[in-house]
Design a protein around this ligand. Structure first.
Ligand code: AKG
Length: 234
């Protein structure tokens, strides 16, 4: 399926203009019915599909990205629909997303600051289900001039309020340079370090209680092996 090679003009209204290039926060990308359906599908998946990590559990769909190429696996229809819908916005330079990570964060859980790295096309798109979260951004270690010690606190730059049913798209500097992570906490008190406050209908000082959040991280892995090499015995 052909897709536009750059992000559609109509999405420009969702750029968070105070953030480095480029982040799009698109509210209500899916309906409440779609959210319930997707959650149902996530929790209907076989138990063996879950990998428990410290602070979250995840499902991997599409194959395991690898420097030598991902051995592609069919993505189920309930996720493929969204891979195509998001790709049709021009998010992956004309390619179709072929990898989905489903993360589940219970109240108080999070993910350490990290970068998504070179195995993916440099765009990450995320649909959020069930709860809001705050996604925090950090400068990489070694990027600051001489100064205070490079603790996580000192490298923190800003946050985005990520609402349920929204689509978040990170590209360019937001993908390539900054690290992102989620603090494991139960409540978020919003500050003016949350750059998309007004577009989210929120105010500094608001306190939001987290619930269980499921995120669908939808990406394109350019390097793929189509078939498994079967080395039989002679
Ligand atoms: O849950 C999220 O929104 C972030 C997930 C993430 O950063 C990742 O899976 O690498």
């Amino acid at each position: 399926m052909e897709h536009p090679t750059c992000i559609l003009e109509k999405l420009k209204q969702f750029v968070v203009s105070d953030a480095p290039p480029t982040v799009y926060c698109i509210p209500d990308f899916i309906s409440e019915d779609e959210e319930s359906y997707l959650l149902q599908q996530v929790y209907r998946s076989p138990k063996t599909k879950w990998t428990q990590l410290s602070g979250r559990r995840l499902q991997n769909w599409g194959g395991l990205p690898h420097p030598k190429g991902m051995l592609a696996e069919k993505i189920p229809d309930w996720l493929q629909t969204y891979c195509e819908k998001i790709s049709s916005l021009g998010t992956f330079s004309g390619k179709t997303a072929n990898h989905v990570l489903v993360n589940e964060y219970k109240q108080g859980e999070g993910i350490m600051p990290h970068e998504d790295g070179p195995l993916y096309h440099p765009t990450v798109t995320t649909i959020s289900l069930g709860s809001h979260t705050l996604l925090d951004f950090y400068t990489p270690v070694g990027s600051l001039e001489a100064g205070p010690p490079q603790t996580e606190e000192n490298r923190y730059v800003f946050s985005l309020l990520v609402k349920p049913r929204s689509l978040l798209i990170l590209q360019e500097e937001m993908y390539q340079r900054l690290l992102h992570g989620i603090q494991g906490c139960v409540q978020d008190t919003l500050t003016d370090k949350v750059l998309n406050l007004s577009a989210s209908g929120a105010q500094a000082g608001d306190t939001l209680t987290r619930g269980t959040r499921v995120s669908l991280t939808i990406r394109h892995v350019p390097k793929v092996m189509k078939t498994k090499l079967i080395l039989g015995r002679k």
